[in-house]
Design a protein around this ligand. Sequence first.
Ligand code: C2E
Ligand code: MG
Ligand code: MG
Length: 678
Amino acid sequence: MPSSPTRTASWRWPLAWAATVLLAVLGVLASMHQSSRSQLQHDAEHLALHHAELVIEATPDLQDLLAGQARPAALASLRQLRRVGDVFRFKLFRSDGVQLLVSDDLDRPDAEVLRPARRASLPHEVLRGEPLVELHESDGRGDRPLHYSQAFVPVKTEGRVLGAVEVHVDQTERHASVQAALWQNTLAVALGLSALAGLGLAQLRSRQRAERRAEDRVHYLARHDALSGALNRSSFGEALAQAVQRRGLGGGDFAVLCLDLDHFKDVNDSLGHAAGDEVLRQATQRLRDVLRNGDTVARLGGDEFAVLQQGVEGAEAVRRTAQRILDALSKPYRVGGQHAGQTSVSCGVSVGAAIFGADAGSLEELLHKADLALYRAKAAGRGGFSFYDAQLDRELQDRRELVRDLRQAVQEDRLHLHYQPQYGGDGHTLTGYEALLRWTHPTRGELPPAQFIPLAEENGLIDTIGAWVLRRACVEAAHWPAPLSVSINLSPAQFRGEQLVHHVTRALAQSGLAPQRLELEITETLLMRNTEQVVRMLRTLSALGVRIAMDDFGTGCSSLAYLWRFPFDKLKIDKAFTQALADDPKVNLIVRAVISLAHSLEIRVNAEGVETPGQLRMLQKHGCDEFQGYLLGHPVAPATLQHNAATTQAPARPGPSDHTLAHLPTMPATLADTLQID
Ligand code: C2E
Ligand code: MG
Ligand code: MG
């Protein structure tokens, strides 16, 4: 992993710090060295001046001496000054530079001490009357010490420089002690600075560690789902990409298992989000526990998880993993705090899997297929495992596409209604129409409701569609001549909430259609579930003045109990009976009995699917009140409706006057309107 810019920058700090400390140490050393030199210089000057004073004091006849006439007494005094303290030599010069005396010569009594020696010009400073000190080092082998100073002190009278005393001071010891002090100080400074540097570095390191921890946390959060600690979607994508690379290098097959917790929404809704979060955390831990090293868990969002299984040798390995997951995740979860008391929650899982290579050639395809397999596992009743299967998944995919298109059609107002006429007992008198939903699919053409109503029911679209049908059919029926009625089919799914009554009232109010002209068709399956609530809603609707019909009678459980639990206005005999009338005498008997039973309960009977005059005649003979079928009229678009008598082979009777809807204004109730309103 490449180091982040922040991390690289954090290493520059200690380097800069160390360089600064080093420079500081060197600076302190240099300045101490300088100060030790000036101390030696100062000492040398002090001693030289003092000694020169002694020399001058020792020779009251210095003038004579400088003139080259030394008295023995003066020489004796000077001899005593030959070695004083660290002074190991002195010389006397005239101002013209001629050397008059060297203290070394004073040691020899027989020496010819005042023999002027070679001329050497005195340094300018000395001639100007200022002392001059120079520090020297020697190799110590001659008569000179290792460290000594050479000082020239001018001899002046009345401001005039008569000559100079040159004093040599042995500074070896002094140098050694200054040097020792220098090193001690240096050591102290170095130690101090090192301690300071160490302290600074320690602070720097702890700051770096804190920064690194923060960086690591940010990095971790960027890769993981904060709630469960599983990988997040993007990191899972990276893990998959690496798996593809490894496989390319001979690393073996791998599979993706898509997981979805069953009924997780119920946990969230009933026990709250904290409990939901707890279930997700525990589920993640259980997944980790059942997976092998190298396999990866990711949370893709909500209650969706994905597992990357590496080193897969055949489908059986994946199936075993899926089984372990199913076993682990279907055990109850204990949720709730220590104090609040714990609750046990059951929440199974559905798993779908696909193998890279065998099922898919790209990651996108792999994920898609694992997801399709999951969809199938859920469709098969949840709590199960499904492998990707090409044939079954084509059908599933087809359904999914259809749902997507239906959703779009609802948005774009591409559903419409056809109306099939219903005639009275004489087979001629138009009594109303049944509204039948149609969808013209952009590529598949006109689709019958049986193909898309179940999809709408499964995918939560039925409420919107149902409300639109109600509005649209009522608005159109309001333009038909009274007392023509409209029958509208209701799906059981529309009875789930309390919205239906509201939608019906609203459709009636907005269209101005009299409630007696509206008939709602329900099926037996609706009454099989939650009868109490449905009957209550039906009573409310009935109280509005709306008629209620039982559709497709004879195809469901046909429990007669339903007929007395709710007073239906109409019973519609399913077309299967109508069409079997002629062939099966028993059907004939059943239909006759049903009609007679309905009449005794004061329920009118409609026979659906009348296709032949023979069927019509038989039904008329049994006293059927109403007919509907291709013989009398197909479902047609509203613009082509002719509200006149039926023109069948049945004996013609004059019907109500012709009335066409062609002149009606465009209907305002569109699906989009419904979507906005509801
Ligand atoms: P349904 O309510 O029993 O409607 C009668 C069905 O029988 C209609 O099929 C109609 O076209 C068909 N039909 C009418 N006469 C004959 C005939 O003589 N012979 C034959 N073989 N068939 C005939 P469609 O339009 O395909 O509707 C099928 C079902 O879809 C309807 O059955 C109804 O249950 C449902 N449906 C239609 N529109 C809606 C709607 O707006 N909402 C709901 N929830 N369901 C609807
Ligand atoms: Mg119907
Ligand atoms: Mg029917």
